[in-house]
Write a protein that binds this ligand. Structure first.
Ligand code: ADP
Ligand code: ADP
Length: 228
């Protein structure tokens, strides 16, 4: 469903961030990009929602080049979760979750029901949490809201850039479990960046190892554990 064909990115300063990437991510797959700092993971991720434009090649989503999509339509259909919690502090939890559904004109009742459903999915009681401000939640709880906010308008694809790396080990483990449960239920296509092999092995259907802007290996966790 997402296909990279001969994709390269050279930044204006001359840095080649990625070179000739050729791979496919399947529908409903949990696809993990792993590699050392500077290996091109974030660049690869951000090319999917066109936060970074390609220098060469093509990225296809559902058989259509991303350059042929309306940029808003493309971004609304792709949830995005960052490492830094990025909730709007002056808005309640429910208002934060409602941002994209409102942009795509869902009606109010449907948005409220969706917010409650998602809060329950990550163990936050809607009655208790929907009207709180982000500062009234712990870091782990805020990041849980960051994850469900990316799911709010039911996008097909979720991009996640080291979403759990700032969390304490306990919260991280809980959120990893929640995310696996969510993907089992909702069958989203998830592209997940991490530099933590334990996390990649736990979460990924397939893992893509990058180094110096190139793909070293793509395989299942089992293939990674058994390869020399
Ligand atoms: P990773 O996510 O694996 O840490 P990145 O995709 O962020 O790697 O970066 C890949 C390479 O591209 C690195 O050498 C980085 O310094 C370089 N790079 C990233 N963004 C820019 C930019 N805006 N301008 C110039 N070079 C960049
Ligand atoms: P967690 O176990 O998720 O890390 P904490 O230990 O930080 O959560 O918080 C424990 C409880 O206190 C949680 O139910 C959380 O909702 C509540 N809480 C944390 N910070 C605040 C705050 N600033 N205002 C109100 N309640 C808070």
């Amino acid at each position: 469903m997402i296909r990279f064909e001969q994709v390269s990115k050279q930044f204006p300063n001359g840095t080649f961030a990625v070179k000739s990437l050729d791979f496919e991510i399947r529908k409903g797959e949990f696809f993990v990009l792993i590699g050392p700092s500077g290996s091109g993971k974030t660049t690869t991720l951000k090319m999917i929602n066109r936060l970074i434009e390609l220098s060469k090649g093509w990225v296809w989503i559902n058989g259509k080049k991303i350059s042929d999509y309306d940029i808003n339509e493309l971004r609304w259909n792709i949830g995005y979760v960052l490492q830094q919690i990025a909730l709007f502090p002056h808005m309640s939890i429910a208002e934060n979750i409602a941002i994209v559904p409102e942009l795509v004109n869902w009606d109010k009742e449907k948005i409220a029901a969706r917010a409650d459903e998602l809060l329950k999915m990550v163990g936050l009681d809607p009655k208790e949490y929907r009207n709180r401000k982000p500062s009234e939640l712990s870091g782990g709880q805020q990041q849980r809201v960051g994850v469900i906010r990316a799911l709010a308008a039911d996008p097909e694809i979720i991009l996640m850039d080291e979403p759990f790396s700032a969390l304490d080990p306990f919260s991280r483990e809980k959120l990893q479990d929640d995310l696996l449960e969510i993907q089992r239920k909702l069958k989203k296509t998830i592209v997940f960046v991490t530099h933590d092999m334990q996390e990649a092995l736990k979460l990924g259907d397939r893992i893509c190892l990058m180094k110096d802007g190139e793909i070293v290996q793509i395989g299942t966790p089992n293939e990674f554990l058994t390869s020399p």
